[in-house]
Design a protein around this ligand. Structure first.
Ligand code: PEP
Ligand code: MG
Length: 324
């Protein structure tokens, strides 16, 4: 098996009719980077910056953050590294920054917290920019955006950090900046967002929970949390189409990309990068290498005519088995 994996690492994720699908990884810990490189990942599509915040007793300083970020950027250079700005609240808690709410998933989370605390945001962005000095492979990604105003404000803050650092003599370059589409409000404004930023990336874990109104971590309704719900698939298709109309790249960094069936559907929809947990990369690559783009497109058309998530799931499993 090890030799097989080693062989697969060197092969591109290319369909039988020659379509190349870039496979990136999601990271948090330093160990994730090692595994990503072992599997031949071409970039980092989501670095969850909460991790260095969670393993400390207080907000890490600019210098501490700089060190964490640099290890990711350096290990992956010259390949792109997408760093998400602090995404706390909801299911992601910091012990030293308690947020008590009745409805945390509809509350103060992600970009809402950091825009209310520009001092936290600016320190983080400064650390990211400084960490990228000499590598220039940094992409910054904004979580949980719901309005154009939030995107504009975040872009202003990033600009401010950039100008500050340049004035201080750092040789930092403007990074690519993107938004995550994780809530229905972002789906319906995705073209407006795409105009403002350099890339769009779908967080399908949260998007699924918000489209279906199903808590992603509540075991009682786990059976209703369906990545292949027709409403979710239609939203994903719409996001890809709208973003591409603006000529901006669209990617996905939720768990759906890590499922071989999901990966084929996303490829057919026009997603240009699939980012996943490194452990799942080999099986997704195998699935892509086993089909033509045309076959994936007919698979997509077929499932888009189905009304039931379980039926779609069954059909995907059956098709993958047929493909070997
Ligand atoms: C998502 O919501 O799909 C996502 C990638 O972010 P997280 O799982 O960290 O919320
Ligand atoms: Mg999310």
């Amino acid at each position: 098996v090890a030799a097989e994996l080693e062989g697969l690492k060197l092969l591109p994720a290319e369909t039988t009719d020659g379509y190349r699908m870039p496979l990136w990884v999601n990271t948090g810990l330093v160990a994730d980077v090692t595994r990503a490189l072992q599997h031949g990942a071409e970039g980092i599509g989501l670095y969850r910056t909460e991790i260095p915040f969670m393993i400390r007793d207080f907000f890490p300083s600019e210098q501490e953050q700089l060190q964490s970020y640099r290890s990711q950027l350096e290990a992956f250079a010259p390949r792109p590294v997408t760093m998400r700005t602090l995404d706390i609240g909801g299911d992601k808690a910091l012990p030293y920054f308690p947020i008590e709410e009745d409805n945390p998933f509809l509350g103060w989370r992600g970009i809402r917290v950091t825009l209310d605390h520009p001092e936290i945001f600016l320190v983080q962005v400064r650390a990211m920019l400084r960490a990228s000095e000499g590598f220039n492979n940094l992409r910054i990604m904004l979580p949980m955006v719901t309005s154009v105003h939030e995107v504009e404000e975040a872009l202003r803050q990033i600009d401010r950090a950039l100008v500050e650092l340049q004035d201080e003599g750092y040789d930092v370059q403007r990074p690519l900046v993107g938004v995550m589409v994780e809530v229905p409000a972002a789906v319906y404004q995705v073209r407006r967002f795409a105009r403002l930023v350099d890339f769009v990336s779908v967080g399908s874990n949260d998007l699924t929970q918000y489209i279906l109104a199903v808590d992603r971590n509540n075991p009682r309704v786990a059976g209703l949390y369906a990545a292949y719900h027709p409403a979710v698939l239609r939203a994903l298709q719409y996001i890809a189409r709208e973003t591409r109309k603006e000529g901006k790249p669209v990617s996905i960094c939720g768990e759906m990309a890590a499922d071989p069936g999901g990966a084929l559907l996303l490829m057919a929809m026009g997603y240009e990068v699939l980012s996943m947990n490194a452990n799942n990369l080999p099986r997704v690559k195998s699935a892509i290498r086993g089909v033509s783009l045309a076959r994936a497109q007919s698979l997509l058309n077929r499932v888009l005519r189905m009304d039931d998530a379980e039926e779609i799931h069954r059909y995907l499993r059956h098709t993958l088995k047929q493909l070997g």
